[in-house]
Write a protein that binds this ligand. Sequence first.
Ligand code: ADP
Ligand code: ASP
Ligand code: MG
Length: 438
Amino acid sequence: MKVLKFGGTSVGSALRIKEVAKLITDGERKIVVLSAMSGTTNTLVEISDYLYKKNPEGANEIINRLETKYRQHIDELYATPEYKQKGLELIKSHFDYIRSYTKDLFTLFEEKVVLAQGELISTAMMNYYLQECGVKSVLLPALEYMRTDKNAEPDPVYIKEKLQVQLELHPNADIYITQGFICRNAYGEVDNLQRGGSDYTASLIGAAVNASEIQIWTDIDGMHNNDPRIVDKTSPVRHLHFEEAAELAYFGAKILHPTCIQPAKYANIPVRLLNTMDPTAPGTLISNDTEKGKIKAVAAKDNITAIKIKSSRMLLAHGFLRKVFEIFESYQTSIDMICTSEVGVSVSIDNTKHLNEILDDLKKYGTVTVDKDMCIICVVGDLEWENVGFEAKALDAMRDIPVRMISFGGSNYNISFLIRECDKKQALQSLSDALFNE
Ligand code: ADP
Ligand code: ASP
Ligand code: MG
């Protein structure tokens, strides 16, 4: 069985939902994961912000506007009075539910419930549409099987077992529609897999059912060799290794959620990135194979902070690095890049929640300097150390950019540069010109 995930723009209007319905009704049994219609989760975040600020009037105004939009979608989506009615009732029940939260105390728990409504609505709309078209479609409720553990990590054993139960309830269905993004936490509360997390849902499901393929359908023809929002003349990469795709996703290629590759990689299930707007385009295949001897793509991750600790005692006494890393660990802050010298170490982090405490603790061991508003540029491909020439090419492309850190050799697949965020566009364009557009 294949698992297909369609993102927000792919289901962003009645027309798009109809196009997706055509794509998924090819006679093959499948699980279809949907995001909320585009813009919905952002609007639900806005509503939550008003409720946190105890401004129910502000929240109600946005809720009403969003509901009106959904009523229009319903009118355009369904052909028969019966399904138009069902659709309107569906919308009313979800929006009344959201409205009920304008009256009570609003905490993180309530916010998670509000954010979950986008996926609950889009999947129910698609399921009704397929049923109106005579397709044997059922809803698999993600809140019944998608769950994280006490470390907020997905619990694969639970997911596999409970998903199987849900599938067995509907042995004759042709299409299983389910919600991306949403889950329950270890305490049974409604939670989510972080923004953009529907990709992660798809790969967790793929691993749980041992799918033959996981398809991520979006609004672009696969992973491009650079960020198409920033750089001119990018083009799709046809084939990536799991490790290459994971590096690109982690270091900022928005097309994939940072953690989405891992479950597919462990289960060795190929992931295909496809374009809903151009379904016959080949897209990108991510698997255990790779084209050797090539730099494939570049990505950038913003909001990075660099910290340098110069040892107060001469030379890097043994135990110095351990003490430094323990400080980051004690504040649950993960390090992205590391560079060391004889007298000090530089690291980069993206989570600055505990920055001040971390800096205070680090000062016990040396002189500490901080650079904010930095970004990591990650060059990905077959960068095994014995291959010659690639590092020189990438470095040459960066010749006019001030570089704070360089990291190479951590994996066979990447070279990373830490630069100022304001130099990002120039760096990405220059790398594209030197590596792909010569
Ligand atoms: P979805 O809503 O389907 O999950 P996203 O907006 O999360 O879609 O991801 C698709 C977008 O990712 C594209 O429209 C594109 O602008 C952006 N993007 C950033 N980097 C890349 C890249 N290297 N290749 C392809 N798309 C990228
Ligand atoms: N709807 C969620 C978001 O906008 C999840 C997703 O689209 O992947 O973040
Ligand atoms: Mg996405």
